[in-house]
Design a protein around this ligand. Structure first.
Ligand code: SGN
Ligand code: CA
Length: 526
């Protein structure tokens, strides 16, 4: 099986167009003191919904991601990396501004980003950087602060996606992850002003729902059976908001839309809206893509019909199917990350480029019975974060870090004074093995979107190294407290339990301090 997988990977590689690799050069720039220094480029790779559980640098249970792991092997792996708001648009706005959601104005996916505000790409541009964003943007308004932008529309499509390139619509044939990488390599190679240092945001759509694999990866993992997560059958006892969500694999993962059982006989039906969406995804494909798709899924559909599974057996089949497609999509991401890293190396750019790999948030791989994100529970509050700074630190960094920290990190690296209104703290000292003065005792989190299709109640909270306190509000008023040391899977809400009074008080004090610090006084619970 392994050999067959390797051969398929080679075929995929030869299909993805590879750029010519001549040597590129960047000029030195002057910093504020007038000293000449070597500019450090920034390659900021981000995926959409990539769980740390499916990166082998973090977790070897499910998949091998040799290329993403290269970043960790030559650099650092953050083992306590979190987001400020576990959903796409808001998370991206936090990264661009270095500020929590209310302060940057983009609190939920229905918002539109105020592109007039201060962002790190603008500040880098002013410092003489050549900036670009390629791939998923998801902030509704047009990008500002970029010399070049070439973005997917909204969530984007996996097959033959439409982009907006510096304001013009362009439809491209092929698979989104390959295309986004092609455009990025082409920008590095042919478009940018190479007398300047660059900052490239290479932001993939993958592996966002509906986890559509590239045609050359369809057969991967077909024979694999993944272990069912220990919390798969969680009954949500003592956690009101968890009980009320609609992101369960059993109830909410659609058989046609998510699991691709769109049979030609039209006998299988899911939720009508999702079913229409699922069939439309297939219609976007060209005849070759459809033929490859059918060659794989028709067999799976036939078996699914024959087996007519019910109850737990159906839930577990859905889980396996979900895992296989998700991991196929990750295989393509990993291969394309390899292409970009190879390009940097072939051009000597690996020696003066900070490479970052992250996701807009974590994701549930069946834990608590779920897919999707949004909750402040570990799987979606955490996000993978790997960084490789040439000549910098190697190994694990365990400090509590958050996606509001990326902007100040990039700015400090570029020699820009970090504006005082930025909430995040530069991670550069950690990358250089220097003392980190942040003295961060706790992280603040706030998720605002409601009502939404997954019915996750808005909530804010605080997390220290050991404890987590969450307040869910809107149509409920419910507090949760977890001791992550004794209860890492967060099944036992100890809020209000005897003996937790002092701990609760101290966490509430901390929470209020952070709400004041991050301009969220209006949310302080009465
Ligand atoms: C879409 C998905 C949701 C997902 C959100 C947000 N539904 O609405 O499942 O939670 O995006 O994801 S879908 O039917 O359109 O696939 S985010 O990462 O972009 O914020
Ligand atoms: Ca996302």
């Amino acid at each position: 099986m392994e050999n067959i997988d390797k051969i398929k990977q080679m075929i995929c590689l030869s299909l993805a167009s590879s750029a010519v690799l001549p040597i590129a050069a960047t000029a030195n720039v002057r910093n504020d003191n007038g000293d000449e220094r070597k500019p450090m480029n920034i390659l900021f790779i981000m995926c959409d919904d990539h769980s740390y559980q499916t990166i082998s640098a973090y977790d070897t249970r499910y998949i091998n991601t040799p290329n993403i792991d290269r970043i960790a092997a030559d650099g650092v792996r953050f083992t306590n990396s979190f987001v400020a708001n576990s959903i796409s648009g808001p998370s991206r706005a936090c990264m661009l501004t270095g500020k929590h959601s209310l302060a940057n104005g983009f609190t939920n996916n229905r918002s539109s980003f105020d592109g007039g505000q201060q962002t790190f790409p603008k500040l880098l541009q002013a410092q003489g950087y050549e900036t670009a964003v390629i791939g998923k943007w998801h902030l509704t308004s047009q990008p500002t602060g970029f010399n070049y932008w070439d973005i997917l529309i909204g969530q984007g499509d996996y097959y033959n996606p439409k982009f907006i390139k510096n304001g013009e619509y362009v439809q491209r044939q092929g698979y989104a992850t390959n295309i986004t990488t092609d455009v990025a390599i082409d920008w590095l190679e042919n478009v940018r002003d190479d007398s300047k240092p660059f900052c490239l945001l290479l932001h993939h759509k993958a592996p966002h729902r509906t986890w559509m694999p590239d045609t050359c990866d369809l057969e991967l993992f077909s024979d694999k059976v993944f272990p069912i997560p220990e919390t798969f059958y969680d009954n949500y006892e003592g956690r009101l908001a968890a009980k009320g969500q609609r992101m369960s694999i059993h109830n909410d993962m659609d058989i046609i839309y998510d699991l691709k059982m769109a049979d030609k006989e039209n006998e299988i039906h899911g939720n009508p809206i999702h079913e229409a969406g699922g069939r439309a995804m297939y219609k976007r494909m060209n005849p070759d893509q459809k033929a490859a798709w059918d060659a794989h899924y028709d067999k799976v559909i036939a078996k699914f019909k024959k087996d007519s599974l019910q109850g737990d057996a159906l839930s577990e089949w859905k889980f396996q199917q979900y895992m296989r497609d998700y991991l196929r999509v990750i295989t393509s991401v990993d291969r394309n990350v390899g292409r970009v890293l190879d390009y940097l190396e072939a051009n000597g750019l690996d020696e003066n480029t900070l490479v970052v790999y992250t996701s807009d948030q974590g994701f549930y791989m069946g834990e608590h019975g779920w897919f999707d994100k949004r909750f402040m529970y570990e799987e979606s509050f955490r996000t993978p974060l790997l960084m490789r700074l040439p000549g910098g630190a190697k190994g694990d960094i365990s400090e509590l870090v958050q996606n509001i920290d990326y902007a100040p990190t990039f700015l400090e690296l570029a020699g820009v004074d970090v504006p005082e209104d930025i909430h995040g703290v530069s991670l550069l000292p950690l990358l250089k093995e220097e003392k980190w003065d942040a003295e961060r005792k706790a992280l603040y989190y706030h998720y605002y979107e409601f009502p939404d299709e997954h019915a996750v109640r808005p909530h804010y909270g605080v997390r220290t190294e050991r404890y987590k306190l969450i307040h869910f509000y809107e149509d409920i008023d419910s507090w949760e407290l977890f001791d992550l040391q004794n209860d890492p899977t967060e099944l036992n809400n100890i809020y209000g339990k005897e003996g937790t009074e002092e701990l609760t008080d101290s966490l509430k004090t901390l929470l209020h301090e952070l709400q004041v610090k991050y301009n969220e006084e209006q949310y302080i619970a009465k």
